[in-house]
Design a protein around this ligand. Structure first.
Ligand SMILES: NC(=O)c1ccc[n+]([C@@H]2O[C@H](COP(=O)([O-])OP(=O)(O)OC[C@H]3O[C@@H](n4cnc5c(N)ncnc54)[C@H](OP(=O)(O)O)[C@@H]3O)[C@@H](O)[C@H]2O)c1
Length: 130
């Protein structure tokens, strides 16, 4: 087991300056990915939110605005990504490279917990490798 997380860690105070950095957080329309994205945007980064549907991305971006995105913060842009099919994942990466010349930070967050009783077929449909 690794070291326990620091109880005094405060993202806005303890993370380095990332203004203008290009960041991509996979699976950031909800959960841990969304929380990471919120901090990165507040620190001034240009953050790509990946989600499979534009609708889910839009509602997450609305939530982000409501929950305290302020002038001077970075920006959030939706980027479509579905990791179930490697061909779709590759196409998504290629599209990203058309949009940006660099990627400073990649957070490979997207994923799902898998119930141990699933068959291999169900696994291939439902498990997202990260
Ligand atoms: N929560 C925990 O206690 C915990 C503990 C240990 C590890 N983790 C890991 O931490 C990560 C995030 O967990 P979470 O609880 O925040 O999960 P979550 O709230 O369910 O969010 C999962 C994210 O993954 C995206 N996603 C789902 N299927 C996808 C697919 N096929 N292709 C691309 N993106 C997909 C979803 O985006 P869309 O549906 O919008 O595409 C969503 O934003 C996961 O890898 C999980 O295994 C979580």
């Amino acid at each position: 087991m690794g070291p326990a997380p620091s109880k005094s860690f405060t993202p806005l105070r303890d993370l380095p300056d990332i203004k203008g950095k290009v960041v991509l957080v996979t699976g950031s329309s909800s959960g841990i990915g969304f929380a990471a994205l919120q901090h990165l945007v507040r620190l001034g980064a240009k953050v790509y939110m990946t989600a499979r549907s534009e609708e889910r991305a839009k509602s997450a971006i609305e939530r982000l605005e409501k929950e305290g995105k302020e002038p001077g913060n970075g920006e959030v842009l939706w980027h479509e990504l579905d990791l179930v099919d490697p061909r779709k994942a590759k196409a998504s990466a290629e599209k990203f490279m058309e949009k940006e010349e660099r990627l400073d930070i990649l957070i490979n967050n997207a994923g799902l917990f898998v119930e141990p009783t699933l068959s291999s077929l169900q696994l291939s449909e439902r498990f997202i490798p990260v």
